[in-house]
Ligand binder design. Structure first.
Ligand code: F6P
Length: 506
């Protein structure tokens, strides 16, 4: 069934962007949609403009057929119902329940966990753990990227606590945090869903050692554990009263909304963290309740599938024209590539086309002066997302923001329009796609909705491709070999053996 739809999609005419705009005077109204957040008194919008992509009525109709063939409605209902949507691990994927949208029992449990987390955050702010000025948060992957991004995006105007997110096992990372923190006023958050990840546990031990060396009497008294494995946290030495649990059914790269968001709440205060959850919940409801092309994450997934499967694009780029969102491409890399970088379908059979493209990107305008040459004139077609905010995030002369936004919009216009020239080196082919996400402002609510949009877009892509976005077995083999190396006694290939000898590890 889906094969027939793909064949139909492949046969459809592919008009250029210029032709699409010329043929349809309402194109902008159809493909650019404002998503409203908040209430009448305090409203805020995010505009999702997909008009500069090659979607047209014929493609959208066929993609809607594909969604029906892949049982998009059924798989979406299963996601929100808390059913087992991750069959290889026998788990549900209940990140939306953390935002209050999902199975009743799971929402109630998330609410209870948040209630406790809020109480602990507020107690620490009031001085229950003594004078806490610094927080070292150790975690990696989904236990670090989200908190680091959210704090960078939302806490620039002054965090309630100075947070250092440390992920890398390379001691240089932790050393930098030590240099910036006073041990007498530093607490430690150990963030790990499994509480077994070697980088996190090694870094956590080293923070404890550092506190001890600096004469902190009871270093474990300064620790909060954020985990789905509370018993392991207790074994490691964390007091039960300072363990903030979350459910096993919340995936690592979807866990920012759970207690993994503790450092965000510490930096922003609980009311802002609650706003962040509410922004995501608004996007959840939109995704759950809207059908067809009007569903913003699904519309984006239609365009994503168009480019990877019909136009052979192997990468997609994300450029945040906002310094506060500079870490967004890193975050989206894990979300999209760890979720959809797969080669088998949900039933274990091989996929019949490419899956996730490589997500990459950077921050504008810096990236313009580094990588945009390839986007405009290179031989790869790269669909680009631009993300920007109408309100500026600083107190400097608005000229900064005007130039920033002018550049952002100019890039999308230039990619689409191109430019003829008698000199081939100076000609731009044009007809290159981009989408623009324009936030009224970067606030906890818009930021929450933005991240939830990308989670649902990733899920929608997975459904259209027939894959499971919630497991990540591809990361295991490398970890296993690293463990064998640590243990010793295994013979590897000649190249690896030589490298181990050179580094004095063998
Ligand atoms: O190795 C990949 C991974 O399992 C990610 O999916 C996860 O976000 C990260 O490691 C950290 O895992 P944990 O939170 O269990 O330490």
């Amino acid at each position: 069934m889906s094969e027939a739809v793909w064949n139909k999609l492949k046969d459809l005419e592919k008009p250029s962007l210029a032709q699409l705009f010329a043929a349809d005077p309402d194109r902008l109204d159809t493909y650019a949609t404002a998503f409203e957040l908040g209430d009448e008194e305090n409203s805020c919008a995010i505009r999702f403009d997909w008009s500069k992509t090659h979607l047209d009525a014929a493609h959208v109709a066929a993609f809607e057929e594909l969604a029906a063939a892949m049982d998009f409605t059924g798989r979406r209902a299963a996601l929100f119902a808390g059913d087992i949507v991750n069959p290889t691990e026998g788990r549900a994927a209940e990140h939306t329940a953390q935002r209050g949208v999902g199975k009743e029992e799971s929402v109630a449990l998330a609410h209870e966990n948040h209630h406790r987390m809020a109480a602990i955050v507020e107690a620490i702010h009031r001085g229950a753990m003594g004078d806490v000025k610094h927080l070292i948060h150790v975690g990696i992957g989904g236990s670090a990227l989200g908190p680091a991004l959210a704090i960078d995006a939302l806490a620039r105007e002054g965090a309630m606590v100075d947070v250092h997110v440390v992920s890398n096992i390379d001691g240089c990372a932790l050393e930098q945090a030590f240099a910036a923190c006073d041990p007498a006023t530093t607490m430690l958050a150990v963030a790990s869903k499994t509480f077994t990840t070697i980088e996190t546990m090694t870094n956590a031990e080293s923070v404890i050692g550092w506190l001890r060396e600096n004469e902190v009497d009871d270093p474990f008294g300064r620790v909060v554990a954020l985990t789905a494995s509370p018993e392991k946290a207790m074994e490691w030495g964390v007091d039960e009263t300072r363990i903030l649990p979350f459910s096993e059914s919340v995936g690592g790269r979807y866990s920012l909304w759970s207690s993994i968001g503790f450092p965000v709440a510490m930096a922003l205060g609980w009311p802002d963290f609650a706003e962040f959850l509410a922004g995501a919940a608004a996007m959840d409801e939109h995704f759950r309740d809207t059908d067809g092309m009007a569903n913003l994450p699904l519309r984006a997934a239609f365009a994503d599938q168009y480019y990877t499967r019909l136009r052979g694009c192997q990468t997609r780029a994300v450029f945040a024209y906002d310094e506060r969102l500079a870490m967004l491409p890193d975050y989206l890399q894990q979300l999209e590539m760890e979720s959809n970088g797969k080669r088998v379908k949900v039933d274990g059979s091989p996929v019949d086309g490419p899956t996730a493209p490589i997500t990459w990107g950077g921050v504008g305008t810096d990236a313009q002066h580094a990588v945009f040459q390839l986007l405009h004139q290179g031989t790869n077609l790269v669909p680009v997302d631009f993300i920007a905010s109408i309100a500026q995030g600083h107190d400097l002369d608005p000229v900064h923001h005007r130039i920033l936004l002018s550049n952002c919009f100019a890039q999308g216009a230039a990619l689409m329009a191109g430019k003829d020239s008698d000199d081939p080196a100076r000609a731009y082919p044009g007809d290159r796609p981009s989408a623009t996400i324009l936030l009224d402002e970067v606030s906890p609510a818009t930021f929450g909705a933005l991240i939830a949009f990308h989670e649902h877009r990733t899920f929608a892509n997975a459904v259209l491709m027939g894959i499971n976005p919630f497991d990540q077995f591809g990361v295991e083999l490398g970890k296993e070999i690293a463990r064998q190396i640590e243990k010793g006694g295994t013979q590897f290939d000649p190249s690896t053996e030589a490298l181990l000898q050179l580094a004095g590890i063998a």
